[in-house]
Each structure stands twice: as C-alpha cells, then as structure tokens.
Design a protein around this ligand. Structure first.
Ligand code: NAD
Length: 362
C-alpha cells in the first residue's frame, strides 16, 4: 500500500498508529476531515486478517463519518478508530486505558464512541484516561441511540413515500423489514402505528417472533425479504446486501433502512436500483440519528432536541430526492454533493481571521 497516496487520495488529514507492547494494543485512528468540528466516530475491535485490511477499514469508515455529519447538519468531523484483536479474548482494562491515552494525546481532534466489538464497559475504561469519549451510560450520557436512529429512518421513509406516492403516510403500504434488532424494533413500532402492513425477518426466530407478537407484524423467512413484493424494503441488519445477486430479485418502490453500507458497490448498485425504478434513500442519511444522539452528548445531552433533529431527516431526505431528480443524479450522488458543498462553505467561512492578536508597537 502506498500509504501517503492512499490517504491523500481519500482526503484524510491524519492517520495515527498506536502501539503498546505491554497491553498488546495495536490501534489505528483515522481523522478524515475536521472542517466542521472535532472528528467523531466509534472504535471497532476486530480480528483483521492483515494490517492493511485494518488501515483500509479505518480510512473507509472515517471518511463515511465526515459525509454523515456533513449531510445531517451536525458540527462534527469524520473520524474512526480500529483496534486489531479478537474482541472475545483480547480485551483488557490496560489495553483500553492505553488506547484512551492515545485518544487524549490528540487533545480533542478525535472523539471516540462504541462500534462493532466495543461496549459501554470498554468506553468507561477509555474514560479513565480521556474525556474525549461518548456513549457512556449514566447521567449526561446519551444512552441507547436506536430509538433516535429509528425515528430518523421512519422520517426518511415518509419523505420517500411523499416523493413516490404524493402522501407521506405509510398506511396501507407493505413494508418488509430485514432484521429484528434494536433499530428495527423501534422502526416497526412507528410503522404499525402509522397503519402499514409490516413483514419482518431475522436469522434468530426468538427475536423475530417476540417482535411480531408484540407489534402484530408478520414473520417471513430471511431469504424471502428480497423476493417478497412490497412497497418499501427496509434493511436493518448487515451491510452489502444490495448487490448483483439481490437487486434483480427485488420488487419494491423504495429502499429505506438503518443498516450501514447497504450498497455493495456504491455507484454501480445505486445505478442498478435506479434502472429498476427503485428509489434508494441513502443509508448514511436516514440512519444519521445515531450520530445526532452522540453529537448532542458532546454539547450537553438534550433528548428532546435530538428527537426533533431526527425528525429533520424528513426534510434532508426530501431535499436529496428533489436535487437528484432535478439534476438527473443518483440519490447517493446528490447526498454526497450536499455534504461536500457544506464542507466547502464552512471551510471557507472559517478561513478568515477573527482573533485578537497582541501587536507590539502599533
Ligand atoms: N443502533 C443504532 O443506533 C444504529 C445507528 C446507525 C446505524 N446502525 C446500523 O443499523 C443496523 C442495525 O443496527 P442494530 O443496532 O439494530 O443492530 P442489532 O444487532 O440490534 O440488530 C441487527 C439484527 O439483524 C439480524 N440479522 C443479521 N443478519 C440477518 C439476515 N441475513 N436477515 C435478517 N436478519 C439478520 C441480527 O440477528 C440482529 O437481530 C446495523 O447495520 C448498524 O450498523 C445502527
């Protein structure tokens, strides 16, 4: 890997390699862009096959955070960290405290949070060494982001419905929900309340059955989510599920869900969806409620304000769909363009000097 070509090609400001031999810490912090504010993004603990795979992941994830913050109006930059190791066997207080020291050394240029493989307990260890960490429980903490994320997804879905059918009500529409986890649970509640017919699936029968019996949703098998005709398909499980194999089998008008990185190849698969006449609500836009939630923790947590912000995903999504249609772009291209324009403008505004220098002899 030509590391400098790679990071400058993707637009990163800084990549920090962190090592501590006693605790076994091997971590990489990627700071993509701090034009809007300090970079924020979770720490992923994963058993990467190679150092290169870990670097590639942190670069891709931190860049994604810049776009998510920019498009959702949050004043944060994009950052992410990865710790190389097996989350089931390699975690220790010492390792997370050593990582916390590394985060502290960046003096707030990077703020961390939970991600795949890390928990509230791990964040509490990091907190012993730095205040630049969110996602801690207790007073002042933002707690579970899923209800906020789900409200954002639901709001984005209503905006997509309005653009497609002229009404933002989902009453009478059939919505297929993939996953019966945290986000899906709150989303299904909104949909059922709205009068939608909800079909839900999960690889764990107990989870999906519990959700179905509580909400009145119908259970379908995990394989059936792609082939069951519906009005809206809502992915809320894993990434890369919109690909060459699944897209040809889809029969829906809208895709709108909380899962990250739904398109296996961003441009190619977004184009395939458009060619099938399916409206794709960009994942990082409609699932930005989770980021809004932790961003609020940085400023002093305010749940009501965060819920209002998540409802604002309606207008953000509607704007993206309108711009995509007017400029004949893919929705993902329109959201990327809006994010880049906000970054450009704020960078420009911050370019002028507003301090008060001490000038001797004048
Ligand atoms: N929690 C949040 O606030 C938040 C914020 C932004 C993005 N996301 C993204 O949303 C998605 C869901 O997050 P979550 O917090 O609800 O996770 P979760 O682990 O609670 O739920 C995911 C569910 O998907 C199920 N699943 C896995 N593979 C499946 C398959 N092939 N078919 C059907 N079900 C399957 C799992 O069994 C699990 O129940 C993830 O991609 C996550 O990165 C979550």
């Amino acid at each position: 890997m030509q590391i400098f070509d790679t990071i400058s090609g993707m637009g990163h400001e800084q990549v920090v390699l962190c090592s501590d031999t006693v605790t076994g810490l091997r971590a990489i912090i990627g700071i993509h862009n701090t034009s809007l504010g300090p970079s924020l993004g979770g720490t992923r603990f994963w058993k990467y096959d190679s150092d290169e795979a870990a670097i590639t992941d942190v670069l891709r994830l931190s860049r994604g955070m810049t776009y998510k913050a920019a498009v959702s109006g949050v004043n944060l930059g994009g950052g992410k960290a990865v710790i190389i190791g097996d989350p089931r066997t390699d975690k220790s207080e010492g390792l997370f405290r050593a990582f916390g020291r590394m985060v502290e050394s960046l003096r707030g240029r990077y703020i961390t949070a939970e991600d795949v493989g890390t928990s509230v307990r791990d964040m509490e260890w990091i907190r012993m060494e730095t205040k630049y960490v969110t996602g801690i429980g207790g007073p002042g903490g933002s707690g579970d982001p899923s209800p906020v994320t789900a409200l954002g997804v639901y709001s984005g879905m209503r905006a997509s419905a309005k653009a497609t059918w002229g009404s933002d009500s989902l009453a009478g529409k059939t919505v297929v929900v993939q996953g019966a986890g945290n986000v899906a649970t709150y989303l299904v509640e909104h949909l059922v309340k709205d009068g939608a017919k909800v079909l839900v699936s999960d690889i764990y029968a107990d989870k999906v059955n519990a959700l179905a019996s509580r909400t009145g949703a119908e259970v379908i098998s995990p394989d059936a989510v792609y082939t069951t005709p519906c009005d809206v398909f809502s992915p809320n499980a894993l990434g890369a599920i919109l690909n060459d194999d699944t897209i040809p089998t889809l029969s829906c008008a809208i895709i709108c869900g909380g899962a990250n990185n739904q398109l296996k190849e961003e441009r190619a698969h977004a184009e395939m969806l458009r060619n099938k006449g399916i409206l794709y609500a960009p994942d990082y836009v409609v699932n930005s409620g989770g980021l809004m939630n932790v961003a609020s923790e940085v400023e002093g947590y305010d749940r009501d304000k965060v819920m209002r912000q998540a409802e604002g995903v309606y207008d953000i999504t509607a704007n993206i769909i309108r711009i995509a249609s007017e400029r004949n772009m893919l929705t993902i291209e329109a959201s990327n363009a809006i994010a880049e324009e906000r970054l450009r403008q704020v960078r420009h505004v911050h370019g002028s000097y507003v301090g008060s220098p001490t000038i001797r002899g004048v």
